[in-house]
Design a protein. Structure first.
Length: 81
C-alpha cells in the first residue's frame, strides 16, 4: 500500500525538530593556541608557495582575501552567539 509523502512525514513525530542552523556557543570554536599555530603555518606556506611564481605580484591581494574569509565568518558567528 502506498501512502503520500505528507502522510509519511506526519507519522514520523518530528515535534521539536526544526530546519536551520544549529545553535552556536563559544565552546564550538577551536582553542586559541590551535588557531594561532595553524594560521601562522598557513600564512607562511601561502607566501612561500607563490614566491618566485607569476602569483608573487598578487601575494598581498591573496593574503588579504584569506584574512577577509575569516573576518566574514567571524561576523556571522558573532551575530549567532
Amino acid at each position: 500500500m502506498h501512502t503520500s509523502f505528507a502522510d509519511q512525514l506526519a507519522g514520523l513525530d518530528l515535534a521539536g525538530f526544526s530546519i536551520g542552523p544549529a545553535p552556536v556557543s563559544t565552546s564550538d570554536f577551536p582553542v586559541r593556541e590551535a588557531v594561532v599555530q595553524t594560521l601562522e603555518a598557513v600564512w607562511s606556506d601561502l607566501f612561500a608557495m607563490v614566491s618566485g611564481t607569476a602569483l608573487e605580484a598578487d601575494a598581498e591581494d591573496l593574503g588579504w582575501a584569506f584574512v577577509n574569509i575569516f573576518h566574514r565568518s567571524a561576523e556571522r558567528k558573532t551575530t549567532a552567539l
